[in-house]
Design a protein around this ligand. Structure first.
Ligand SMILES: Nc1ncnc2c1ncn2[C@@H]1O[C@H](COP(=O)(O)OP(=O)(O)OP(=O)(O)O)[C@@H](O)[C@H]1O
Length: 280
């Protein structure tokens, strides 16, 4: 029997409201994420990657649309239920690692605290991901007694990854986890993320980094808050049609339609798009 997907999202919309107005960060994203997979979300700055990952990790609620994470309805669940879900079952690496660290705790304290939340209790679950193991996994065994103030930006980022790995959560969401890392440490982090996916977790990573995108089993591209294309393994890249029937054309193709109008023609198995004839 096929397991339920870890994430099911439909027509996901996220509007950020601020004093200067509203920004539509996500405009109708449909997405399913299965256990045991490594998905990379790529896209230009401002395309909505962090907004999407905040929703998938149940840190924020959608403005509209349906979002189920590990069987919980994120829009409808209580704040307490979402906090328990995050603590016990979701690992999250924030874009700015320092945002999730506590100045008074050592690196070892941080991972032990998460282990307590995950009820991993410092015990390895057989995949080498107990509280003590994860620091070694990201090359921080020698920094176990350090507090964030005496760690470099890259070390803080690896600590955030270690915290997300503890107890191998069912869902691990990492927002640009290699942004501050050199090649060796980026490889370490990517190996760790790939290993938890192989062991059965659903892993979703956002990145601009070619080192990350080239290791994706599944690569999703976001553009202007819309999922524009998807590539899985060696298969061809496919454009995504959302539940409202919208298809986003890549920028190079869009240039062919300066009037932003298109004639859609069918011809046997083929559907053709062409620019409308100029009116005289
Ligand atoms: N808290 C917020 N308040 C207002 N607007 C926001 C907020 N967070 C994000 N946005 C806006 O939402 C859009 C998507 O932002 P988001 O951070 O999700 O993109 P991103 O792809 O992660 O960008 P980057 O790669 O630069 O981190 C942008 O236009 C951004 O300015």
């Amino acid at each position: 029997m096929r397991a339920e997907p870890v994430v099911v999202a439909s027509d996901l919309t996220r509007v950020h409201r601020s004093a200067t107005g509203e920004t539509y960060a996500l405009r109708g994203v449909d997405l399913t994420v299965e256990a045991g997979t490594l998905t990379v979300v790529a896209g230009p700055s401002g395309s909505g990657k962090s907004s999407l990952l905040s929703l998938l990790s149940a840190r924020e609620r959608p403005s509209a649309g349906v979002l189920e994470v590990l069987g919980s309805d994120v829009a409808g669940a209580s704040a307490g239920a979402l906090r328990r879900l995050r603590h016990r079952r979701i690992g999250y690496v924030p874009q700015r690692a320092s945002a999730g660290l506590f100045p008074h705790l050592t690196a070892a304290d941080h991972v032990r605290q998460v282990a307590g939340w995950r009820r991993a209790g410092g015990e390895s679950d057989g995949s080498g991901l107990g509280a003590e193991d994860v620091l070694a996994f990201v090359g921080l065994a020698g920094r176990a007694d350090h507090r964030p103030a005496t760690m470099s930006g890259g070390e803080q980022q690896r600590l955030a990854v270690a915290m997300a790995l503890v107890g191998r959560p069912a869902l691990l969401v990492a927002d640009e986890p290699t942004a501050e890392l050199d090649h060796r440490n980026a490889d370490r982090v990517l190996d760790a993320l790939a290993a938890v996916a192989t062991a059965g977790s659903a892993v979703v990573v956002s990145s601009h980094d070619a080192r990350v995108t080239e290791r994706a089993e599944r690569l999703l591209r976001l553009h202007d808050g819309v999922l524009s294309s998807e590539t899985e393994g060696a298969r061809e890249t496919v454009a995504v049609i959302d539940s409202a029937g919208r298809l986003q054309l890549p920028p190079a193709l869009l240039e062919r339609f300066p009037s932003r109008r298109v004639v859609v023609e069918t011809d046997g198995d083929h559907v053709r798009l062409r620019a409308p004839e100029e009116r005289s």
